[in-house]
Design a protein around this ligand. Structure first.
Ligand SMILES: Nc1ncnc2c1ncn2[C@@H]1O[C@H](COP(=O)(O)OP(=O)(O)OP(=O)(O)O)[C@@H](O)[C@H]1O
Ligand SMILES: [Mg+2]
Length: 224
């Protein structure tokens, strides 16, 4: 059974007479424990597909399922997203940003003290693995873009989600730190998460079970 799926996904953006075919009849399915790399030129539809899975964008046609339900209906913390635009809050430190999923859990998903302790341990482990220990007390404006991006990765993984959607999570990283990011995403898959990573970085392919190539809104090849 797949944890993430899109069947017959179509998305068009219209502005006046201009129509952009962002997704053309896209089918993709990701099983628990699987990491899929989504590749393709700029504008080929990678972020649109991730947005549809995250429930941030609705499709014109097609069926999207995330952990057995429509996107957006999952329990708090079940889906971790690394947005291409990061989305950090400037008034919070990197550590506080990465801790937001723990701190903001709604009452329906409140963590008991033991879970809270585990999440705090996980947060520190992630910050350490992402080489953020010495800068995590700083706010985003006082850190590098690469550090900010790694904080966004920690935020996505801190509650050990069952599905992970990462949009170009290594664009601001050097080769070594890109490896750290991909390794953590791979570890998430190893513990059973379904992971989709949009990337332009060929070094990420080594961590993937499948490489799905998009072009002009369509999937044009799948390499296993
Ligand atoms: N809100 C929008 N309104 C109009 N067009 C949009 C909108 N969002 C995306 N598009 C268009 O849809 C197409 C697919 O965009 P998308 O962001 O999915 O590409 P991408 O593969 O993620 O590119 P990149 O590698 O640059 O991040 C592009 O032509 C883009 O200009
Ligand atoms: Mg994109």
């Amino acid at each position: 059974m797949s944890a993430l799926s899109v069947v017959g996904g179509v998305k068009e953006y219209r502005r006046g007479s201009e129509v952009v075919h962002a997704l053309r009849d896209v089918d993709v399915a990701v099983a628990p424990g699987e990491l899929v790399a989504l590749v393709g030129p700029s504008g080929s539809g990678k972020s649109t597909l991730l947005f549809a899975l995250a429930g941030w964008e609705t499709l014109d046609r097609g069926v999207v399922e995330v952990l057995g339900e429509a996107p957006g209906l999952q329990r708090w913390g079940d889906v971790g997203v690394v947005p291409q635009a990061l989305g950090l809050i400037e008034d919070l430190t990197l550590r506080e940003n990465a801790a937001l999923p723990v701190r903001l859990a709604p009452r329906s998903a409140a963590l008991d003290p033991r879970e809270q302790g585990e999440a705090t341990d996980e947060l520190e482990r992630l910050l350490d693995e992402l080489h953020l220990g010495s800068v995590a007390h700083r706010r985003p404006f006082a850190t590098s873009l690469g550090e900010q991006q790694r904080a966004a990765v920690a935020r996505a993984l801190v509650l050990q989600p069952s599905a992970v959607l990462a949009d170009e999570p290594s664009t601001h990283q050097d080769h070594v730190r890109a490896g750290l990011v991909f390794s953590l995403l791979r570890s998430a898959a190893e513990r059973g998460a379904a992971v989709v990573v949009a990337t332009h970085d060929p070094s990420g392919y080594d961590y993937a079970d499948r490489v799905v190539e998009m072009r002009d809104g369509a999937i044009v090849s799948v390499l296993a």
